[in-house]
Each structure stands twice: as C-alpha cells, then as structure tokens.
Design a protein around this ligand. Structure first.
Ligand code: AMP
Ligand code: ZN
Ligand code: FE
Ligand code: FE
Length: 283
C-alpha cells in the first residue's frame, strides 16, 4: 500500500514531517508522497527522517487553481528536484497569501471579530491558510465548528473571504510540467459533483492542456467511483495517482494510507506507472 497525498504542519496538516514519516512506517506504507499546499518545506524536512527509516519518500505539491470561477486542486509529483523557477513561483504564492491573510484579518475585525494576523500566522508554519483562520475562529468561540467558520466567513461566497493569487488550471499544469513534474488532477469527485457526466469531457480538455494524471484513488471516492475514474483514465490514456489526503487531527477520520474506514488500498504499481510516465517525458 502507498499514499501519495498527505499534508504536514508546514501547510494545514497537524503532524510534523518526522511524525508523518513515523506514522507511514507504522502503517507499513511502501511509499509516502508529501503534497503540501504551496510549499516543499514539509517534504524537505522529511527527507532525512525517511532515509533513516528506510521509507521511500515522494516529493509533491498541491496548488489551488482556477477553472473559470471554480477552485480546482492540482497535484504535482517530482522525481527529480523541481526547477528553481518553480520554487520562486511558490515564494510568490506565499507572499500573496500573507497579503491576503492580512486583509482577511482586517475584514474579520471590521465585522467585530477580534482576530489578528499574528495569532493566525502563529498556527501556520511555511504557509498560513483559511483552515488556520477557522481554528482561531473556533477557539475564540466566534463559531461552533470549523465548517461554520467556512460557511459564515471563509468560504469563497462568504463575507470575510479575500481572494489570493491563484493560477488558472492551465497555468498550474504548465508550471508543473515546466518544473519537470507530473501534474495530476486532485480529488476529481469535487469537480465531478458540479460537472456530473461532463467529467470525461472536462478531463479530455485538461489532457489537451497537458494534464498527465488524475487522482483516481482518494478518501472521498468509494470503490465504484474509483473504478469509474480508472476507466476514464484508461480511455483517455491518463496515468492515475492516489492518496488519502491525510491532514492529521485537522481531518481526524481520514487515516494515513487507508482513508475512511479502510476505503483505500493503493497498489504500489500506481507509483511505478507514474514514474515510468515521468521517465518517458523527461529522458
Ligand atoms: P487557502 O489556500 O488558504 O485559501 O485555503 C484553502 C483550503 O481551505 C482548502 O484546501 C480547504 O482545505 C479549505 N476550504 C476552502 N473552502 C472550504 C469550505 N467551504 N469548507 C471547508 N473547507 C474549505
Ligand atoms: Zn490541505
Ligand atoms: Fe485538495
Ligand atoms: Fe490535499
């Protein structure tokens, strides 16, 4: 079993990179991919830990992109070090986040909720995101749950939301490819819910834009849905990726490797196939 989609506390997970490696060893994973939002810091910190533990570690990233007005998450996997220009680009994303976060804290205060940028940033490490705002709002008693924090204040349609710099899906794909990575559409179910039967056509268009893989295996997919994505990937000659989207205590029901109640068991072959695609593209 492998897990290619996980988050550390360098983005919005709760485990340190070392704790995540330990958990992967305990779960007997054959390989662990770290795909934090907009930062490689978690992966980099996990490298020596994984080496010491004899665990195969894969470098990944998760970008939030725009497809029209919709937010679409895009994973990138790197089997060589990502090109420096891509790391600079992540730096620009991080700067834009800080600016957005400052304005979002101001907006919350203008609504009478005493929230400072400093206290939100104290919850984050390499990046601070809306999930950290949700924790502060919950802990200060302004909302009764994290979901309420999003519904009332933080969701794109809610009153305190401030946008940040995000690439279009096409630009995200182009940047990951340009950095030598393999772009994969994250948790396609979130697009499918809106797109319905249109998913295959949407995937075809993304493939034309350079997409190489879709995340057929994900905690939010039941076996039937996973089978449908595997079939679509086969028809369109897309590779597949898979992971639990583990966030530690931020999403306590999602287990590393096995998802919700064991709904995941991603075969090692997924990683071998992905690596072969990458090799054929880059060499
Ligand atoms: P950010 O990148 O800081 O804008 O935060 C985006 C993250 O917030 C996403 O990856 C989700 O984890 C979370 N998120 C965004 N919208 C919602 C929502 N409506 N409900 C719950 N979580 C959300
Ligand atoms: Zn996350
Ligand atoms: Fe995501
Ligand atoms: Fe994720």
């Amino acid at each position: 079993m492998i897990d290619l989609h996980t988050h550390t506390n360098e983005s919005d997970g709760t485990c340190t990179p070392a704790e995540l490696v330990r958990a992967a060893v305990d779960a007997r994973l054959e390989a662990l991919g770290i795909s934090d939002h907009d930062t490689f810091a978690g992966y980099e910190k996990a490298v020596p830990e994984a080496r010491a533990a004899g665990l195969e570690l894969i470098c990944g990233i998760e970008l939030s992109t725009k497809l029209g007005s919709r937010s679409v998450h895009l994973l990138g996997y790197f089997f060589d070090p990502p090109a420096p220009a891509f790391c600079d680009y992540l730096g620009a994303m991080q700067a834009s986040r800080r600016d957005r976060n400052r304005r979002m804290a101001e907006r919350l205060r203008s609504l009478g909720l005493e929230v400072t940028l400093e206290e939100v940033e104290a919850r984050g490490r390499s990046i601070t995101g809306r999930p950290h705002f949700a924790s502060v709002l919950l802990d200060k008693g302004f909302v009764g749950s994290r979901q309420e924090a999003f519904d009332k204040f933080l969701d794109e349609s809610a009153i305190a939301y401030v946008p940040r710099l995000e690439p279009t899906l096409e630009e995200g794909i182009r940047r990951i490819l340009g950095a030598g990575g393999i772009p994969s559409l994250a948790h396609p179910v979130r697009l499918g819910k809106a797109a319905g039967d249109q998913f295959e056509q949407a995937a075809r268009e993304m493939r034309a834009a350079g997409l190489i893989a879709i995340e057929a295996f994900h905690s939010d997919h039941d076996p039937k849905l996973t089978g449908q994505y595997l079939e679509i990937a086969r028809r369109l000659d897309l590779a597949v990726t898979g992971g639990s989207d583990f966030h530690g205590e931020a999403k306590p029901r999602v287990r590393l490797g096995s998802g919700y109640n064991g709904n995941l068991n991603i075969p090692r072959q997924v990683l071998e196939d992905l690596r072969r695609r990458w090799w054929c593209r880059n060499y």
